[in-house]
Design a protein around this ligand. Structure first.
Ligand code: C2E
Ligand code: MG
Ligand code: MG
Length: 613
């Protein structure tokens, strides 16, 4: 609501061909001389003493003597951001447009303008006016000769109505076009602005840029620290984006709230409507990236969050909103995959990469039924005896279209697309079935380790599926080890501990794969029911390189011993590494030094030679 103390100057335009009428309006609505004091008295009599102060100088009056002139003034005022709230329009203004035509045109340009049609005699009936202008509650009729009080009343009431309408409209706009969390424009407004920026750039033949910003690992923050912290992070990031733009205002030209937007989730965009060369976009992207990467402290927690940014240039990278957005998104995606926390310009080759990804996904869908998948097995060797005590099952895909695709190229895609659930089930069934067959044929195999990805583990039927497969294949549960990733542990869900407990209750053991590269804290590890840590090959590889890696391995060994966990060193390739690991009482190792992952037939030969009972 408008507060009564607020002193606003409403702008009123009088459109009338008779100069004397303008003089009358001026006397009534802008009483300044002593001779007008009587009118002021009249006003305070009418609206109370308070209104005198309130309405003092409240109206700024502008005159136009023809409809056309009035229209020009209304349009100009609107463009200058000083719109009229009310127009008094004469019914007849020869030789130009009459009142109805003038009003019609005024509303085409300025639909929220309140209008009083002043008629000397019955030029039109109310019905005729309604027919000509449509039903509209922004129009009132004033019969000439008019009563001064009536004019004042109309001016008071209609300007307030205009103000209220604007306030309501403003609030509705805020709801419909702005993101409630960050206050930035939302997707709808962003798309509209991008459309305008594109057509302006086409008309004036200049270039512009679209920046697509996505926070790195934001999901992890939500998962581990909760949505309240996640929301705070988004607010801080939105503010930082705005700050970075304010600094570079001279380049981005348009005001911040017209250039930045939040598309949803952790995705933000920036439109640079006009750039003189491409480097300007990079300059802004770099500045934003640096500002976003500064540490944030929320609820006593110090967080380091980076963002990946993709840039598409218009018109070079697209002349329509959809293409530009898709290409900026693709550039962001590539940046995230290669240089997290950095920015990338869109390139045509990125489409090729996206296409390849899509091809992999499509081919992978049929891989199981086309028999293109295979499991290889890598021995896990007990260091004290030199015996292979376990096998890790590793997935291989020989695609008829794409050839041999390494797991690091297809597992993440399978994970993102959800295909991993079906693939993982196939892996588990095949590995358990194969090992049980070997066991039944007299080979001694203590256990088989199967990798399980996060999405697969979180599938509601995961434990049920494992149980069914063990029953189907006959493999004793204690012969199965499930390898989970460290990132799974970083999730803040008691649910995970519960699921792990259920698996252990079945006598299945749990190993944490690639240990040391994820985010799990030692204290978190204590709360989680596991049996084995697999030291990532990164540290094993670096044993000869220096004290640092050695110290990490020693720390992991000490912690594992304290917690009663078995340790397997991954990626062992050299005798020196074995010596160091044995010295530190690491129980088991796997790596090329012993055997690379091998097809079932080859590993069977190896086991028969080395490990028959
Ligand atoms: P991982 O579970 O850590 O598997 C060990 C990886 O290290 C394997 O790569 C293996 O071939 C490789 N490796 C073993 N010894 C050595 C060595 O001495 N030196 C070097 N440089 N590398 C060695 P691979 O088979 O390419 O698998 C890569 C990753 O793909 C696996 O890492 C695992 O995370 C994932 N993966 C493989 N199979 C599956 C599966 O069935 N399900 C899921 N969810 N992930 C799988
Ligand atoms: Mg593994
Ligand atoms: Mg590993």
């Amino acid at each position: 609501m408008i507060s009564p103390e607020k002193k606003v100057e409403y702008r009123i335009i009088v459109i009338d061909d008779n100069p004397a009428i303008h003089e009358d309006f001026r006397k009534i609505l802008t009483p300044s001389s002593e001779s007008d004091a009587a009118l002021e008295d009249m006003e305070s009599l009418l609206f109370g003493e308070e209104s005198r102060k309130d309405t003092e100088n409240r109206f700024e009056l502008v005159s136009a003597y023809q409809g056309q002139e009035g229209l020009e003034k209304v349009v100009r005022a609107q463009e200058e951001g000083r719109p009229f709230s009310l127009a008094f329009v004469d019914g007849r203004m020869p030789p130009g447009w009459d009142g109805v035509e003038t009003i019609n045109r005024l509303w085409q340009e300025c639909p929220e303008l309140q209008v009083v049609l002043c008629t000397a005699y019955a030029d039109y009936s109310w019905q005729e006016i309604q027919e000509a202008l449509g039903k509209n509650d922004s129009l009132l009729i004033l019969k000439k000769p008019f009563d001064n009080v009536e004019v004042l009343q109309l001016a008071q009431a209609l300007t307030r109505k205009w103000e209220l309408n604007r306030e309501i409209q403003g609030r509705l706009n805020k709801l419909a076009f702005y993101d409630h969390l960050t206050g930035l424009p939302n997707r709808v407004l962003f798309l509209d602005r991008l459309e305008s920026a594109l057509s302006l750039s086409q008309r004036h033949q200049h270039a512009g840029a679209l920046l697509f910003i996505d926070l790195d690992d934001f999901k992890r923050i939500n998962d581990t620290l909760g949505h309240t912290v996640g929301d705070e992070v988004l607010k801080v990031m939105a503010e930082r984006i705005a700050e970075s733009l304010r600094i570079t205002d001279t380049v981005s030209r348009a005001p911040v709230d017209e250039t930045a937007a939040r598309l949803g989730g952790d995705e933000f965009t920036i439109i640079l409507p006009e750039i003189s060369h491409h480097d300007q976009a990079a300059m802004i992207a770099r500045r934003i990236g640096e500002h976003l990467a500064e540490p944030i402290t929320i609820g006593g927690q110090r967080l380091l969050i980076t963002a990946s940014i993709g840039i598409s240039i218009f018109p070079d990278d697209g002349v329509d909103v959809e293409t530009l957005l898709k290409n900026a998104d693709l550039a962001m995606y590539c940046s995230k995959n290669t240089d997290q926390g950095d920015f990338k310009y869109y390139q045509d080759s990125m489409n090729a990469a996206a296409l390849r990804r899509l091809t992999i996904e499509n081919q992978l869908r049929r891989a199981v039924s086309f028999g293109e998948l295979q499991l290889h097995y890598q021995p896990q060797v007990e260091l004290s005896s030199g015996n292979a005590v376990g096998l890790e099952a590793l997935l291989r895909w020989e695609s008829s279209e794409l050839g041999n695709v390494p797991p690091c190229n297809f597992i993440p895609i399978a994970e993102e697309s959800g295909l991993i659930v079906a693939l993982g089930e196939w892996v588990l069934r095949t590995a358990c079935g194969q090992v049980q067959k070997w066991r039944e044929s007299g080979l001694h195999i203590e256990r088989v380790a199967v990798n399980v990805s996060v999405k697969q583990f979180m599938h509601p039927d995961f434990v049920g599926m494992v149980e069914r497969i063990l029953q189907e294949t006959g493999l004793p549960p204690h012969c199965l080890e499930i390898e989970i990733t460290e990132t799974l542990l970083a999730r803040d869900t008691s649910n995970i501990s519960e699921l792990l407990e259920q698996l252990r209750a079945l006598s299945i053991s749990i190993a944490v794969d690639d240990f040391g590269t994820g985010y799990s804290s030692f204290s978190r590890l204590k709360e989680i029911p596991i049996d084995c840590l697999k030291i990532d090959r990164l540290f094993v590889n670096g044993i000869e390189e220096g004290a640092n890696n050695q110290a990490i391995i020693c720390a992991i060994m000490a912690m594992a011993e304290g917690m009663g966990l078995r340790v397997i060193a991954e990626g062992v390739e050299k005798q020196q590494q074995i010596d160091f690991l044995s010295d530190k009482h690491c129980q088991e190792a796997q790596g090329y030094f012993f055997r690379p992952p091998l097809p079932a037939a080859d590993i069977e030969q190896f086991l028969r030679r080395n490990n028959t009972q």
